[in-house]
Ligand binder design. Structure first.
Ligand SMILES: [Fe+2]
Length: 302
């Protein structure tokens, strides 16, 4: 067979529009409030068929999943470290997902060129629809595929990513809370999260009725702004979700929250980020240079 007759595999990526461009949430609520939107991804898409995703495990393309749990009933407010020990391999968990009680995530699937191209195209569209310069603001990006067994709960947690989560198969209910609601998300909780504890978010059932609740099904996605806590209840079938996310550069939040964590431990009641550019910049400088926080803030405040 000559080189000219060798069939090249067609790209599985669909070019064009992935999201409902008429949805004003992209422009008005980006990294502020949760909102839902329509998208094109379903199980019929070539990149979201089980055999294709199973290949990611077989080829070792995706980073080994950060979390694979097949652990019976998980409670909404349960902390990660109290989960029962894993009993299955990643491959066994994937293959048993229909009958198990598992939640698993395939991280960094963008290392596979097809998923990588899809991530880049999706983020470009988010940037266009939101009017935000994502490329210059982000320090990293990631595509994740979530697999969830029927009826499984994903416990309440806070993320550092700006996330667009899309349901591809099955159904699930997501509950997203407003990070500016200080009853639900006290500043001290966010400071602890950014400084030392990824599981710092504490579920407060008395405020459950304040959640933005979305019934997700194939073709429906939600935006989860940075630090907006959330928990999920999967439906009675296997759920598959696709997440595109990115982390902002540290100056935007991380450095200020870390400074505030230390200031609170010194007995102060630090100003939350975003209220004073002068104070925020002083804290960023302190974290970046390691100088004494108190000395810099005192000097800059004069
Ligand atoms: Fe999350």
């Amino acid at each position: 067979m000559s080189a000219a007759t060798i069939a090249r595999p067609q790209s599985a990526v669909v070019s064009g529009s992935f999201f409902d461009a008429s949805n004003e949430g992209f422009r008005h609520s980006y990294d502020k409030k949760a909102f839902s939107y329509s998208h094109i991804f379903t199980e019929s898409h070539p990149l979201f068929q089980r055999a294709r995703m199973r290949r990611l495990l077989a080829e070792g393309t995706a980073t080994r999943p950060w979390a694979v749990y097949d652990a019976g009933d998980i409670q909404v407010g349960q902390r990660w470290e109290t989960y029962p020990a894993k009993t299955k391999t990643v491959e066994e968990t994937f293959d048993d997902i229909d009958s198990g009680r598992a939640w698993m995530m395939l991280r960094h699937v963008e290392k596979d060129p097809e998923y990588g191209e899809l991530l880049d195209q999706c983020l470009a569209e988010v940037s266009r629809l939101s009017g935000q310069e994502i490329d210059s603001d982000k320090k990293s990006q990631e595509a994740i595929i979530f697999f969830t067994s029927p009826n499984r709960v994903t416990a309440y947690h806070i993320d550092r990513e700006c996330n667009f989560l899309m349901q591809v198969r099955g159904s699930k209910t997501i509950n997203i809370f407003d990070r500016t609601d200080k009853d639900v998300v006290p500043e001290a909780e966010l400071e602890k999260f950014w400084a030392k504890d990824n599981n710092a978010g504490v579920y407060k059932p008395q405020f459950q009725d304040r959640a933005f609740v979305c019934e997700m099904k194939p073709g429906i996605g939600v935006h989860i702004p940075v630090n907006c806590p959330h928990w999920l209840q999967n439906g009675d079938d296997v759920g598959i979700s696709f997440s595109i996310s990115y982390q902002f550069k540290d100056w935007k939040r991380k450095n200020v929250y870390q400074a505030n964590y230390h200031l609170r431990r010194m007995g102060m009641n630090p100003t939350p980020p975003g209220q004073s550019a002068l104070i925020d910049n002083s804290k960023r400088l302190a974290i970046e240079t390691g100088l004494t926080l108190k000395r810099i803030i005192k000097r800059k405040s004069k």
